[in-house]
Design a protein around this ligand. Structure first.
Ligand code: KIV
Ligand code: ZN
Length: 532
């Protein structure tokens, strides 16, 4: 049985790749999941829930890869999710068994509502299912987590019975989910305290880890999670940027920074390396296409911006007047003017390293070229500009088509027209022109003719990275295919917003091709193909 190494450490269980990926619109390829898992490991999470292996062969393969490549002896525990049925548990073990520290997480709905309408089980039958599932999981793996789904609406007496049984059958972590985001902080504090105090085999000193898993339907996920910690939970289940089903899960960065900032109040700590927070947030947002609201705590664009004169004045006198955390604590760029047009490749690499970006020589080459262009166009290149460029350049693992050149004309006279030159995976350069209702529409149509996948644009947003007319523009797009409820996100940054738009659109198309394996071949003869 696992023993608590340090009662004051709250384990961070990240479920971005499982519950987070269940967000409407978030679809990740297995290569992207692997990159996110690597970043989560750098962030210092203790457990990564890498997926739901029984869901599909692709999900199983993604979990296996993460288990092998990220689940090293000094890395995080790698966990998979399984319904409380034999097939799921066996698939889950196949997924995680190669990790140095594997975990099986199995669950069953225990509220009257779930029993009556979802599984049709009586309480007695549910106990039987749990007994078999946890016993099987424990026969395969020493580290087993059980979740009574919809615990927030489960009768307390029955909940205690369920948890006691799971412990008796070998569960080492008891995760208590508020699946529908229904509870309030005080109620949750009482629930977790009661469970710890009254569950046979689960009290202090038993070695059982109590965990909380909250959803944000009433905007209470972080408050409820922290109430659980105050009551004695020593694992929290969270996602980056709070993504997840419906209104999302508890946000990792909010809980980690609340525990750190109010350490005296909570008297606990985490293993999170907070300086990796911004980078992880950007990566998840770019790969899922789910942008972060500007006023989101910790990682929103405005989280550290001071607008009111009195606030600005105070912060200039001393940051503690209106700041409870420093932006650099969470890995936000902190110096304004960094490099100029005379700066060399070496200076750029060092600055990127200081910002936490380790880029390959090939990527550096590209970022350097774009940095020089930007430095020519703009007098000052800020850390935020650099971060936008590098995030755009290091888009993730897929590049079936890349933008070489684009030329656009628009205005009140004539039809907006765009000509694009793209390079495909075989190194062929293809030029195509199209007209549209505006310059973005014309550019996307030109790209469509070359890429040839059936994509519909469902979301398009643009905003500037810094202030001023010469600011770099960031564009986020989301596309989908007809009849599918999955969507694919893309991000682009450039001082020309049409270029940024096309880069974002191509990133989303590349992601769609990688995940669905569909299309991506320029129709023969449909476009003028020129090797230039
Ligand atoms: O919200 C929930 O109940 C879950 C369980 C599978 C833990 O995600
Ligand atoms: Zn959940």
């Amino acid at each position: 049985m696992t023993t608590i190494a340090n009662e004051n450490i709250v384990r961070i269980f990240d479920t971005t790749l499982r519950d987070g990926e269940q967000s409407p619109g978030a679809t990740l390829s297995s290569a992207e999941k692997l990159e996110i898992a690597r970043q989560l490991s750098r962030l210092g999470v203790d457990i990564i829930e890498a997926g739901f292996p029984a869901a599909s062969p692709d999900d199983l393969a993604a979990v296996q890869r993460i288990a092998r490549e990220v689940g090293t002896a000094d890395g995080p525990t790698i966990c998979g999710l399984a319904r409380a049925v034999e097939g799921d548990i066996l698939a889950c073990w196949e997924g995680v068994k190669d990790a140095a520290k594997p975990r099986i997480h199995t669950f069953l709905g225990t509220s009257d509502i779930h029993l009556k309408y979802q599984t049709g089980l009586t309480q007695e039958q549910a106990l039987d299912v749990i007994r078999k599932a946890v016993t099987l999981a424990r026969s395969l793996c020493d580290d087993v987590e059980f979740s009574p789904m919809d615990a927030g609406r489960t009768d307390m007496e029955f909940l205690i019975k369920v948890c006691a049984l799971a412990i008796e059958c070998g569960a080492t972590t008891l995760n208590i989910p508020d699946t529908v985001g229904y509870v309030t902080p005080q109620e949750w504090y009482d629930t977790i305290s009661t469970l710890i105090a009254e569950t046979p085999g689960g009290g202090p000193g038993s070695g059982i880890i109590w965990s909380v898993h909250c959803h944000n339907d009433l905007g209470l996920a972080t408050a409820n999670t922290l109430a659980g910690v105050a009551a004695g939970a020593r694992q929290v289940e969270v996602t980056i940027n709070g993504i997840g089903e419906r209104a999302g899960n508890t946000s990792l960065e909010e809980v980690a920074m609340a525990i750190r900032t109010r350490s005296q109040f909570y008297d606990v700590d985490t293993n999170i390396n907070a300086r990796e927070i911004m980078k992880t947030s950007r990566m998840v947002s770019n790969y899922t296409g789910l942008s972060v609201q500007v006023n989101k705590a910790i990682v929103g664009k405005n989280a550290f911006a001071h607008e009111a004169g009195i606030h600005q004045d105070g912060v200039l006198k001393h940051h503690s007047t209106f700041e409870i955390m420093r932006p650099e604590d969470v890995g936000l760029a902190h110096s304004d003017l960094v490099l100029g047009k005379h700066s060399g490749r070496h200076a750029l690499r060092s600055r990127l390293l200081e910002l936490g970006y380790e880029v390959s020589d090939e990527a550096l080459q590209e970022v350097f070229k774009r940095f020089k262009d930007l430095a020519d166009a703009k007098k000052t290149v800020t850390d935020a500009d650099l971060e936008a460029l590098v995030t755009d350049q290091v888009q993730g693992p897929h590049e079936f088509f890349k933008l070489i050149d684009i030329q656009v004309t628009s205005g009140t006279m004539g039809m907006p027209t765009a000509t694009v030159k793209l390079e495909n995976a075989e190194g062929q350069r293809i030029i195509h022109a199209a007209v549209g209702t505006g310059p973005v529409d014309a550019s996307f149509r030109a790209v469509d003719s070359v890429v040839n996948v059936p994509a519909t644009l469902v979301e398009y947003s643009v905003h500037s990275v810094t202030e001023g007319i010469d600011a770099v523009g960031e564009v986020t797009v989301r596309i989908s295919t007809k009849g599918e409820n999955r969507s694919y996100g893309g991000y682009g940054a450039d001082d020309d917003i049409i270029v940024a738009s096309v880069r974002a659109y191509l990133a989303a198309l590349n992601r769609m091709i990688a995940i669905t394996g569909a299309g991506g071949h320029t129709p023969e003869g449909a476009v003028s193909t020129v090797n230039v």
